[in-house]
Each structure stands twice: as structure tokens, then as C-alpha cells.
Design a protein around this ligand. Structure first.
Ligand SMILES: Nc1ncnc2c1ncn2[C@@H]1O[C@H](COP(=O)(O)OP(=O)(O)OP(=O)(O)O)[C@@H](O)[C@H]1O
Ligand SMILES: [Mg+2]
Length: 185
């Protein structure tokens, strides 16, 4: 991993409201870092990671009883800005690692990590603070099919003839001498 240029993070209680909160955090932070072009992919990825973390460690009832909220686990969302990519990391307190499943067409679940696998340059997991981090790296610039960064379009839409703008006007006396010289040939 190249040296982080930007880092920001957010602790959230492990309930389903964390999903929306993490999306807002991602949008605000990426826009602040000038990486607004990837917010759509980043929102999808963080939604899947945070939903998984809540399912593994928190309260998934959309209308939980007050008593269910008394001992909530925390999850942590960390965003790291690298030279040409960003890494989204989600920590939860459950040490078991996620398992990429091969969901069948009619399966209603098992698609979150498959989606991340398709969108991310890389993703993975590592143990941390008694639980684990699941992370995914997204490219900031669009990538060509060969994997190279696309060349930025020039702001000039049409090519200009050589010379023209910025060149001094022709020296009329010199041109006259050239014409006279040519006529003498
Ligand atoms: N943070 C996590 N902690 C523990 N296990 C996880 C975690 N994230 C994913 N898993 C495991 O990996 C499996 C695959 O995750 P994935 O997100 O692909 O599917 P899903 O969450 O079961 O369904 P879907 O995302 O389509 O609603 C999960 O069923 C779960 O067993
Ligand atoms: Mg999931």
C-alpha cells in the first residue's frame, strides 16, 4: 500500500442506522478529498461492509426494543486516501472472517461480497483489536480494460493549426524582399 494521503474514521453503534450514517460519512469525506466521482461505488461497498458487520455483531431489527439497545457493540468505518485509490475499512468485534459465497440466481443473500469483489481493485480481511477489519480498495481514476489509468481529455476540443495564436504578425518588409527576390529568378 502506498503512503496514506488522507485518513478519516467514524465509530458507529452496530444497528441498521449505521448503514445510512456510513454512506453519509463516505459522501462527505470523498467530496472533501476531491474524489466525488467514486461516491456511488464507495456507497455500495460501505453499505455491504457495514450491513455485514451489523449482522455479525449488532441489532438487525429495524424497530428494536429499547432494552435491545442497552449493550450495543461498536463498529468502526475508516477511509484511507492513497495516491490513486481509496480504501474503505470496516472493523467489527467478531473475529470470524467473511466468506465469499457463490450465490445461485434465486438466492436472496450471499451477494454482498460478490458485489465488492466485482467493484474493488482488491479486498480482504485481517484480525484487529479482538475482532477483524474487512477492507476494499477502489480506484479513484477510471481504469481502461488493460488496467491502465485513462488519459484525461484535453479541455481543447479541436486541434489548432501550428502557429496562429501567440505568434508575432508577419514582417511585411521581409515578405516584400522575398517576393522581389523570387521575381528576379
Ligand atoms: N463482518 C462479518 N463478520 C462475520 N461474517 C461475515 C461478515 N461479513 C460477511 N460474513 C460472512 O460471509 C457471508 C457472505 O457475506 P455476503 O455479504 O456476501 O452475503 P450475505 O451478507 O449473507 O447476504 P447479502 O449481502 O446478499 O445480503 C455471510 O453470510 C457471513 O456468513
Ligand atoms: Mg452481506
Amino acid at each position: 500500500m502506498s503512503r496514506p494521503r488522507f485518513v478519516d474514521q467514524l465509530d458507529l453503534a452496530a444497528t441498521l442506522t449505521a448503514v445510512n450514517a456510513s454512506r453519509n460519512f463516505i459522501v462527505i469525506t470523498l467530496t472533501k478529498w476531491g474524489a466525488g466521482r467514486i461516491v456511488d461505488d464507495a456507497k455500495l461497498v460501505v453499505s455491504e461492509l457495514v450491513t455485514n458487520a451489523v449482522k455479525a455483531t449488532g441489532v438487525t431489527d429495524p424497530n428494536p426494543k429499547w432494552t435491545a439497545l442497552s449493550k450495543l457493540s461498536l463498529i468502526n468505518v475508516r477511509l484511507v486516501g492513497l495516491e490513486a485509490s481509496i480504501v474503505i475499512e470496516v472493523w467489527d468485534c467478531e473475529p470470524n472472517e467473511p466468506v465469499l459465497t457463490d450465490a445461485a440466481d434465486d438466492d436472496e443473500s450471499g451477494r454482498g461480497l460478490t458485489l465488492i469483489d466485482a467493484l474493488a481493485l482488491k479486498w480482504g480481511t485481517y484480525p484487529s483489536r479482538g475482532g477483524k477489519v474487512v477492507w476494499a480498495e477502489l480506484p479513484v481514476h477510471p481504469v481502461t480494460p488493460k488496467g491502465l489509468p485513462q488519459r484525461r481529455k484535453s479541455s481543447r476540443s479541436t486541434p489548432r493549426p501550428a502557429g496562429g495564436e501567440g505568434r508575432p504578425p508577419p514582417d511585411r518588409a521581409l515578405l516584400q524582399r522575398v517576393i522581389v527576390g523570387l521575381e528576379r529568378l
